[in-house]
Design a protein. Structure first.
Length: 271
């Protein structure tokens, strides 16, 4: 049975993700432009990223004013309740800028530093994924009701379909390309969707056998990491570590360990 607090947090996250997703899907201007850049000239923020984060934080703080926030577009408050919301209002901004469908709203709730609720909405797919710690992972979509999520049975590594992403700093991208070039002959294939949140949920849904990426922030993987774990996937960072900016890995058991070891051997976590 779900803890009443966690149920409240889940309901609030789902409502916030739904409203932000509708804003992003239905309110995208035809002349959408870059509002600013971050780590490099190709690491962009649009006016819609900013508007979606404000919608989410305003909605949540209106219901739970004592909670803290950490958001990609600048929300950063401590709070006094022990609950902190970790928000990526638009994961896959470059996809969104170009009119590609793979983007998502990602909202996680932490209690005393541990993620207890995760919601990822993918409006252009018509799907939303969610998890509460210890209660499994679920999705709604074109089907009726909620569907329980479960990662795929593990194939041999050379039959595993794995996704990754690339950083926006050119030197880091070059190193990531070298790692991918060494890795791809050992796998079925590599995919690159452009949204970490969607990739993690695709591991949870059984659409991918694994996923890895370097350079992610807490808001990129917060919700998706919980959803993948609650669907039976293993997640981590460098060997023995948790997901971090150095490395984030998620995969079905049986693929996780050899994939993580290859990434360690290939130095995926450093320049």
């Amino acid at each position: 049975m779900t803890d009443p607090l966690h149920r409240e947090l889940l309901d609030l996250a789902q409502e916030a993700a739904r409203r932000a997703g509708e804003l992003l899907r239905d309110g995208r201007p035809a002349d959408l432009a870059v509002a600013r850049t971050k780590s490099s000239p190709i690491d962009v923020v649009t006016e819609m990223d900013i508007a979606a984060e404000k919608l989410i934080t305003d909605l949540i703080s209106g219901v739970r004013p004592e909670d803290g926030f950490l958001g990609e577009e600048g929300a950063d408050t401590e709070g006094t309740s022990g609950i902190r919301w970790v928000i990526d209002p638009l994961d896959g901004t470059v996809n969104y800028l170009y009119g590609l469908p793979t983007w998502a709203v990602s909202i996680a709730a932490e209690q005393d530093g541990e993620t207890v609720v995760g919601v990822v909405g993918a409006p252009m797919r018509g799907e939303t994924y969610h998890a509460v710690r210890g209660a499994g992972a679920w999705a709604t979509g074109a089907w009726e009701g909620e569907r329980a999520l479960s990662c795929r049975p593990a194939p041999p590594l050379d039959q595993a379909l794995v996704s990754t992403g690339f950083n926006y700093v050119s030197e880091v991208r070059a190193h990531q390309a070298e790692v991918a070039a060494r890795l791809v002959p050992l796998l079925r294939d590599i995919r690159r969707s452009g949204s970490a949140a969607v990739d993690l949920c695709d591991v949870a849904c059984g659409r991918l056998d694994g996923y890895y990426e370097r350079g992610l922030n807490a808001w990129d993987f917060g919700a998706g990491d919980l959803i993948a774990r609650e669907a039976g996937a293993l997640t981590g960072g460098r060997s023995g570590g948790r997901p971090s900016r150095d490395l984030t890995v998620a995969a079905t058991p049986g693929v996780f360990e050899p994939l993580q070891q290859l990434l360690e051997d290939f130095g995926a976590w450093h320049d």
